[in-house]
Design a protein around this ligand. Structure first.
Ligand code: FE2
Length: 152
């Protein structure tokens, strides 16, 4: 009789522990993340440019600008989301890209999951050396920012 109760207790405890673990995992997946990082807590940035994490490689705006710009003359800023291009699928995609000069918005491009690539080319002109801020938003992994200095 005592052995039966011990077995029953262990069985119940084991099932409860499994249920709790599964519930926690399902909760994280429901919130759109399988890891415990809250990507929407703040703006995400590359921490160490020499050793990118997989999330940084796939989400930080990858920006190409000319080495030196001429004052007041337009130049093109090529942007793709991720050094490794971010996927564009129904459940996981880039929602928008914004380009700022300092705090002034220059351009905003929105995407749906039907857009095959999160890439844009934006014309920009500056009168003096300036800082461009490029932001993008992944529906699962939050807002990511890259900052570039344009030399004139
Ligand atoms: Fe993502």
């Amino acid at each position: 009789m005592q052995s039966f109760n011990r077995r029953r207790l262990l069985k119940t405890f084991g099932i409860s522990a499994i249920a709790l673990g599964l519930g926690s995992t399902l909760g994280a997946l429901k919130r759109g993340r399988a890891d415990d990082v809250d990507w929407f807590q703040s703006i995400n940035r590359i921490k160490d440019p020499l050793t990118l994490t997989p999330k940084e490689k796939g989400h930080a705006p990858f920006v190409q600008i000319p080495g030196v710009a001429k004052s007041g003359e337009p130049f093109m800023v090529d942007i793709q989301i991720g050094e490794t291009l971010h996927p564009m699928t129904v459940g996981h995609y880039i929602q928008w890209i914004e380009v700022y000069m300092g705090n002034d918005l220059i351009s905003r491009v929105e995407f749906s999951s039907l857009c095959p690539q999160a890439k844009v080319t934006i014309p920009v002109a500056v009168k003096e050396s300036s800082t461009l801020r490029i932001l993008s938003r992944c529906n699962l992994h939050g807002i990511w920012e890259t900052v570039k200095t344009v030399a004139v």
